[in-house]
Design a protein around this ligand. Structure first.
Ligand code: CTP
Length: 208
């Protein structure tokens, strides 16, 4: 299979120097990319800026903003069999990006933010015979929120984790299907969880 994997954070610039982003290390996404490669698949990795080397053998596309992620994914998805969306997407961007550097004035500043594009929801609209695995990072009402995302983004399953996963070595994930049933659970170091999760996706979701 040819598998699209998104990983790492996106950035939204306030000016040419400062940005809003998510505290994501990219480790989970890179570990899943590695697991998919080891299992003999073609991996297209669309990655935000992280301090990691992409696994050797991936087709790598580096992106920075959510719009970059959207444009790359929209282009690449049609040539793939499925997507695993692990990216920690920055959901807000300033209404206006200031050119140059905003100068301090000694007083508080106010920025107005609007939502960025929902990349996975966009891919979900053009799913056709492809499969979609989403991630959901939740701090409250985890199952309700994860199920809302699964439906909104047209996912075949969603991998629920909580905020303790951010930039951590380990992860504890629960996989929910469209009937809101827990169909798998994995816990441990991110590379181990990635291998088990990928095997599960390969056997249960990918043959769809
Ligand atoms: N995602 C995406 N584009 C966005 C936001 C999220 O493609 N703008 C993807 C993520 O990669 C993940 C899934 O959608 O696979 C859910 O991401 P998450 O951050 O948990 O939820 P959001 O949709 O951003 O909603 P909220 O921030 O309200 O929890």
């Amino acid at each position: 299979m040819r598998i699209l994997i998104t990983a790492g954070p996106t950035r939204e610039y306030l000016d040419d120097v400062r940005y809003l982003s998510n505290a994501s290390s990219g480790r989970m996404g890179y570990a899943i990319a590695d697991a998919a490669l080891q299992a003999g698949h073609e991996v297209v990795l669309v990655t935000g800026p992280v301090a990691l080397e992409p696994p050797a053998g991936c087709e790598v596309h580096h992106i920075e903003t959510t719009d970059d992620l959207l444009n790359s994914c929209v282009k690449l998805f049609p040539s793939c069999d499925g997507v695993i969306a692990v990216a920690a997407v920055c959901d807000y961007r300033p209404v206006e990006r200031v050119r140059g550097k905003i100068t301090k004035t000694g007083t508080a500043v106010t920025f107005e933010f609007i939502e960025t594009a929902d990349v996975l929801a966009e891919l979900g609209k053009h799913k056709e015979n492809r499969w979609i695995v989403g991630f959901a990072l939740e701090s409250q009402d985890p199952r309700e929120n994860a199920m809302r995302k699964l439906k909104m983004k047209n996912c075949d399953c969603i991998v629920l984790n909580d905020t303790s996963a951010i930039a951590a070595d380990a992860n504890d994930v629960e996989v929910l299907n469209p009937n809101a049933e827990t169909v798998a659970q994995f816990r441990g170091a991110k590379p181990e969880v990635a291998v088990k999760l990928f095997r599960w996706i390969e056997s249960q979701i990918a043959p769809l």
